[in-house]
Design a protein around this ligand. Sequence first.
Ligand code: BDR
Length: 314
Amino acid sequence: KKKLVIDVDTGIDDAQAIMVALADPNVEILGITCCNGNTPVENVLKNTLRVLKVCNRLDIPVYRGCTEPLLARKVHAGDFHGKDGMGDVPDADAPGLELLQKEKAVQAMIKMINENPGEVSLVATAPLTNLALAVKLEPSLPEKLKALYIMGGNCESRGNSTVCGEFNFVADPEAAYIVLNHYTCPTYIATWEFSCRNCLPWSFCDDWLAQDTDKARFMEKISRYTRKTERYQKELVAGNGFNPCDTFALAAAINDTLVIESEQVAVSVELEGTYTRGMMVLDYLDLLNKKHKAFIMKKIDVEKFKKMLMDALK
Ligand code: BDR
């Protein structure tokens, strides 16, 4: 089985990604680490447990992670995901936080990776705060990872959070910088532009949500608000269609044949700049002298991706 540790800020699209991982019988989720991001970490924890509950998988350990970015001012994405991060749909039966693990996310992440050297793929769909602290505590961590998959950053300058910044990187630019400069394991990045260019048709989304299952009804409900916003967003901002951005990174981690085109280039993050703080930098000229080059995802096998999404709500 493929062993995964997933770092999330659940979030509608994080929920989608988690459900895709849960649906694959060849995947073992060792644990889910939560981070401040789309919404405060308290909500992230609650949302993650709600997702696990609807999938009948409350046995998966969930860990509380960082409550704020390393240095940046806290920002959330309530306008898009809803104030509670998951569409503001009340849920009287939501599982309580007593189900959380006592251990903190960063320590748990290190432990899970240390106990399975060379076997764990780490998938990050949140600001990279937990990952940055983990590598500072345990510098040899990247050597023990099989691979790292990130949803975040941009490869041109298309922003969704600031003029040219993507949310996960803008929410903690210092953490993104540390991760891109210290994780020397194979690294795959689903950038914002990649996600926008690989959007799925809305008609697919409608069919996906129309499946007659509790999981589909749950997803339909929590994503109602974001779907409305997304449909009216300008194509240049969010792509033309349904954009399950976090799921691209997750799906690439569990299916080695999903990405059919990528580009290998050294990357870093701009930490200053009037407009560019948090923007990912691609060093095509090798001026940064970095040996490690990340894979920037370009194209995926769309039919495979659709099937993974469909199976997630079955
Ligand atoms: C990313 O930011 C968040 O709002 C989403 O969950 C996704 O991880 C997209 O920029």
